[in-house]
Design a protein around this ligand. Structure first.
Ligand code: FAD
Length: 362
C-alpha cells in the first residue's frame, strides 16, 4: 500500500513526489506518456536539448523557489529576448524602445509615447480584443505585431475575441529586450530531465500507464491520490467538456550551425501558418555543427490532442466551477497542476503550489 498515488509525472507531480518521498512516504507515480517530465521534457537531438513540448524558460521573482530548483540542476544565464518577424521585418519583443525605434524612428521615450498617443483609438468600453488593443497601443503595433499572431493563436478574429484576453499590454519605454522582468531566470544546464529524475529518484514510477485504464485499482493502491490530469476527464465530463487550445510541433534538423540567431522568433503576420520558430541550441548557447528548429502551429483541441492552454472565458469558468465544487468535497483526492486546476501556470507557480499542497497534507 502506498501513501500517495500521483497521477502525472510533470513538474507538479514530481515536486510533490519528491517532498513526500524525502519525508519517508511511499509514492507511486504514473504517467500515460512514455516518459516523465510532462511538458518540460527534453529530448537530445544532434546533441541539442530539444524542448519537446514548447520552449521552457524558468523565471521567478521568488528566491526560495529559485534556490529550490537549483538543488536539482545548475541554471545558465539564458535571458529570453524574443523577436517578431512581420513579413521579413524584425522587431524586438516585448514592446520596448528598440521596437518603437524600428517602427517609427523615435529615439527618445517622450517621442515614442507621443507617437503611440497619436495612433491610439480610445474606447471607453472596448467591445472586443481589436478595440482593446487599438485603444492601448494604436494601429501600427496592433496591425504588425498583435493581430495576425493573436488570430492564429486563438483561431478567431480579434474583432470576435473578448477584450479581457489582453487587459494590459506590457510596454517598456527603455531599451530592455528581456521578456521577463523576474529577478531570476535561466535554463537548466543539460536540460530539464535531470531535474525530474532527481525529484522522482525515490519513487516507484510507471510510464505508459493511464489512470483511467483501471482507476479503481490505482485508487485503492494508495491512501491518498494527487491528480494532475484534466479535471473534467476525472469526472467523466459530467458537466460537459472544458475547452483547450492545442499545438502541433514540427521539428527539423538543419545542416547549418545557426538558423535564426535567436532561440525564439514569433511570426506575427496572418500569412505564415505557424506562430513561432524555436531554435533550441540557443537556450544553452550550443556550438554544435547542426541546429534543430521547431515550428509551432496552434490548433483547436480535440480528444487525443495534448491540451496545452485552458480557454479561460466565462463559459468554461462556469463549467470548471462545477467540477471544482466536486473536487473540494473529495477527502482523499487532491487536484493540482495546470490541468487539475484548469489554469495556465508558469513552472515556478506549479512548483510553489505542489510544495504548498504537501505542506497542507503532511
Ligand atoms: P504537465 O507537465 O502537463 O504534467 C501533467 C502530466 O499528467 C502529463 O505528463 C500527462 O501525461 C499526465 N497525465 C494526464 N492525465 C493522465 C492520466 N489519466 N493518467 C496518467 N497520466 C496522466 N512555464 C514557464 O515557467 N516558462 C516557460 O517558458 C513556459 N513555456 C511554456 C510553453 C508552452 C508551449 C506551454 C504549453 C507551457 C509553458 N509553460 C512555461 C508552462 C509549463 O509547461 C507548466 O507550468 C508545467 O509544465 C505544468 O506542469 P504540470 O505538472 O502541471 O503539467
Amino acid at each position: 500500500m502506498y501513501d500517495y498515488l500521483i497521477v502525472g509525472a510533470g513538474l507538479f507531480g514530481a515536486t510533490f513526489a519528491y517532498e513526500a518521498s524525502r519525508d519517508g512516504k511511499k509514492c507511486l507515480v504514473i504517467d500515460r506518456r512514455p516518459h516523465a517530465g510532462g511538458n518540460v521534457r527534453c529530448e537530445s537531438v544532434e546533441g541539442i536539448n530539444v524542448h519537446r513540448y514548447g520552449p521552457h524558460i524558468f523565471h521567478t521573482d521568488d528566491r526560495g523557489i529559485w534556490e529550490y530548483m537549483n538543488r536539482f540542476a545548475e541554471f545558465n544565464r539564458y535571458t529570453n529576448a524574443p523577436l517578431a518577424n512581420y513579413r521579413g521585418e524584425l522587431y524586438n519583443l516585448p514592446f520596448n524602445m528598440n521596437t518603437f525605434y524600428r517602427l517609427w524612428g523615435t529615439a527618445s521615450p517622450a517621442a515614442a509615447r507621443a507617437e503611440m498617443e497619436r495612433q491610439r483609438v480610445p474606447a471607453a468600453e472596448p467591445r472586443n480584443l481589436e478595440e482593446q488593443a487599438l485603444s492601448l497601443v494604436g494601429r501600427d503595433i496592433y496591425e504588425k505585431l498583435i493581430k495576425g499572431y493573436t488570430e492564429k493563436q486563438w483561431g478567431r478574429k480579434c474583432s470576435e475575441l473578448p477584450a479581457f484576453i489582453i487587459r494590459r499590454i506590457p510596454l517598456r519605454f527603455s531599451f530592455d529586450n528581456s521578456y521577463f522582468s523576474d529577478r531570476y531566470q535561466g535554463v537548466p544546464i543539460g536540460g530539464y530531465n535531470r531535474i525530474i529524475e532527481g525529484m522522482l529518484e525515490k519513487c516507484d514510477l510507471r510510464l505508459g500507464t493511464d489512470y483511467f485504464s483501471d482507476r479503481d485499482a490505482y485508487g485503492e493502491s494508495a491512501a491518498k491520490t494527487v491528480y494532475t490530469g484534466m479535471i473534467d476527464e476525472y469526472y467523466g465530463h459530467m458537466f460537459g467538456g472544458l475547452e483547450y487550445r492545442s499545438l502541433v510541433f514540427e521539428t527539423e534538423v538543419m545542416d547549418m550551425p545557426d538558423f535564426q540567431g535567436n532561440a525564439v522568433v514569433n511570426y506575427t503576420s496572418a500569412e505564415t501558418p505557424y506562430t513561432r520558430i524555436i531554435e533550441h541550441k540557443h537556450f544553452e548557447f550550443g556550438t554544435q555543427e547542426k541546429t534543430v528548429i521547431t515550428r509551432e502551429y496552434p490548433k483547436a483541441w480535440a480528444a487525443g490532442d495534448e491540451p496545452y492552454y485552458p480557454v479561460n472565458d466565462a463559459k468554461n469558468a462556469a463549467v470548471y466551477g462545477k467540477y471544482l465544487a466536486l473536487a473540494e468535497r473529495e477527502e482523499d483526492v487532491f487536484f493540482g497542476g495546470r490541468l487539475g486546476s484548469y489554469r495556465y501556470l508558469d513552472m515556478w507557480q506549479v512548483v510553489s503550489e505542489a510544495l504548498r499542497l504537501y505542506e497542507r497534507l503532511r
